[in-house]
Design a protein around this ligand. Structure first.
Ligand SMILES: Nc1ncnc2c1ncn2[C@@H]1O[C@H](COP(=O)(O)OP(=O)(O)OP(=O)(O)O)[C@@H](O)[C@H]1O
Ligand SMILES: [Mg+2]
Length: 229
């Protein structure tokens, strides 16, 4: 279960004001849920993902993931948690440009202390359909292929939480659709909880659950087709 309890997030503004981005939000999300996350630009989608990953702490309130206190854990525990339990996919791929596809994925497996890092990295690239591109560097790959490498990196440690922040935002419609399908099928296969941020409501509606952020609130929280919480 992902437990979000009375979570408020404020940022100081350059003018010295405190901007309240999220205002006392609550949600209990069963592990394995697949959630499309939507909301206007600036509504706090990236902020929410950063707090789930323990990259940002709530100003108030608590977040627990499968019992692990993300919002209060120490930095060393959080680093271990992120390396082993969380996979990220970003709009801009964020690959290391001097490393090959295989090396990009390998780094993530090694940081997590994977006992068979190289085999795991090769397997992950095979899952995303890139076994013929292992030695290509990012600038030798298409955008859709780079995103596949990023997905392989995100899943190489079989994370329980997959955080995708507009992963299709930089892709043409056909690649976007393929990447969406790949992420949703891999997260199902892994039993991972998926947060998939997108401005494309049609994509978000293909997932069984949805979170909508509006004026600091979860204006909509639907955990599976048909259930409202
Ligand atoms: N480190 C920070 N310091 C100050 N303000 C911040 C910081 N990070 C985010 N904000 C503010 O918090 C608000 C929410 O930002 P966030 O990036 O979560 O929005 P978003 O929903 O992901 O938007 P987009 O769809 O454009 O990516 C914004 O108004 C932003 O200016
Ligand atoms: Mg964002």
């Amino acid at each position: 279960m992902i437990e979000i309890e009375n979570v408020t997030k404020e940022y100081p503004s350059p003018e010295g004001l405190r901007l309240r981005i999220l205002d006392s939000i609550n949600a209990n999300i069963p592990l394995g849920s697949q959630l499309g996350v939507v909301g206007r630009s600036g509504s706090g989608k990236t902020t929410l993902l950063s707090m789930l990953a323990g990259l940002e702490r709530p100003s108030l309130g608590t977040i627990r993931i499968n019992g692990f206190p993300v919002s209060s854990a120490g930095e060393a525990e959080l680093s271990r948690f992120r390396a082993r339990e969380v996979g990220f996919v970003y709009q801009t791929f964020q690959l290391l440009k001097h490393l090959s596809a295989l090396e990009n994925v390998l780094v993530a497996a090694e940081i997590a202390g994977h006992p068979n890092a190289r085999t795991a990295a090769q397997d992950a690239l095979e899952w995303v359909g890139l076994s013929t591109r292992l030695k290509h560097r990012p600038d030798q790959l298409s955008g859709g292929e780079q995103q596949r490498v990023a997905i392989a990196r995100a899943i190489v440690n079989k994370p329980k939480l997959l955080l995708c922040d507009e992963p299709t935002g930089n892709l043409d419609p056909q690649s976007a659709d393929q990447i969406f399908r790949l992420i949703s099928s891999l997260s199902l296969e892994l039993g991972a909880t998926l947060f998939f941020v997108t401005h494309d409501y049609a994509l978000a509606h293909q997932l069984t659950g949805r979170i909508e952020l509006e004026r600091g609130q979860l204006s909509r929280l639907q955990l599976s087709s048909g259930s409202m919480a």
